[in-house]
Design a protein around this ligand. Sequence first.
Ligand SMILES: NC(=O)c1ccc[n+]([C@@H]2O[C@H](COP(=O)([O-])OP(=O)(O)OC[C@H]3O[C@@H](n4cnc5c(N)ncnc54)[C@H](O)[C@@H]3O)[C@@H](O)[C@H]2O)c1
Ligand SMILES: [Zn+2]
Ligand SMILES: [Zn+2]
Length: 337
Amino acid sequence: MQAAYFQGHETFQVSDCVPVEPADGQVQIRVEFCGICGTDLHLFHGAMAHRLTLPHVMGHEMSGAIAAVGAGVGDWKPGDRVTVRPLDPCGACPACAAGHRHICHNLKFIGIDRPGALQGLWTVPAHTLHRLPDGLGMRQGAMVEPIAVACHDVRLSEVAAGETAVVIGGGPIGILIALVARARGASVLLAEVNEFRVKLARGLGIDAVNPLAADLVALVNQRTGGAGADVVFEVSGSQPGAEMMTRLPRTRGRIVVVAIYGEAPKVDLFRFFWRELKLAGARVYEPEDFEKAIELAASGALPLERLITDVVPLDRLADGMRRMERGGDCMKILVSL
Ligand SMILES: NC(=O)c1ccc[n+]([C@@H]2O[C@H](COP(=O)([O-])OP(=O)(O)OC[C@H]3O[C@@H](n4cnc5c(N)ncnc54)[C@H](O)[C@@H]3O)[C@@H](O)[C@H]2O)c1
Ligand SMILES: [Zn+2]
Ligand SMILES: [Zn+2]
């Protein structure tokens, strides 16, 4: 059983996993697959270094089976197939008191502030567990966390059947938002600048365009009889995306900002006044989004295998990260443990 210990400076040491015995309220999981996420890539390049204790284990998009349980973990038992909602809220701050534990003021994100899933045996609090149904494969199980992000974003958008949604940015999160919104009956247009990703989305029957090659504003107006989109999701994290998001919605349309920006982007506030737009932020997920994600994944409604473009062994983790950052021809890369 191995683990990838991040040493800083874009370096992992893959060596024997040092398992942690599950204490009261904890379980130990035999991890099978763990997805690489943009956040892991940021850590790899030195971002959020003050939050890491080196050597650090990354990873928060995973599937596995319980190997051992501590005391007081309810019905959980060895062999149970699970995924983890990687959030550890304080339970005492104003956000927690208001019932918004997922955006706790003192939130600890497991995989950043705590050791993550890129280890053969991983010990986590039992309150983070969600059960994977028997019919859902372990590869697909490792996709539940990003699907839950999409379920949260689509839920907060309140997009309804028959409404028009535009998703700016067709990475793993944007494409899942497009698929979840479509499953809810919305008519979806995805804007993505990477041609490999445009083609991949089209192959899934998603209406995808490259805004560098087409006039997105004109296209949205044309499709909506000049009205504009009901909902726009900004998932590119780019300055052009942040500018575009205010140009697309209809009068009193909604914008949901999912992306995380390296620098505060310039946003045209005039458009909020002019069209009485509404802006919502969306951060991670709540338990019901995980349950919805598992239900959608298990229903077969999402073409998850087509989104998994690579599966690499643990000792190829750094190669997987470099491949992701080249941005070219991949979508979701899983690590097999
Ligand atoms: N809100 C949350 O809790 C949450 C959770 C996960 C990820 N995120 C953020 O969501 C964003 C998307 O995540 P991801 O993993 O899919 O990242 P990603 O980098 O793989 O996807 C972003 C995509 O946007 C595309 N893009 C760049 N500029 C564009 C433009 N002008 N127009 C259209 N597309 C453009 C890129 O080619 C890329 O495919 C990131 O900013 C990430 O940090 C937020
Ligand atoms: Zn992630
Ligand atoms: Zn709190």
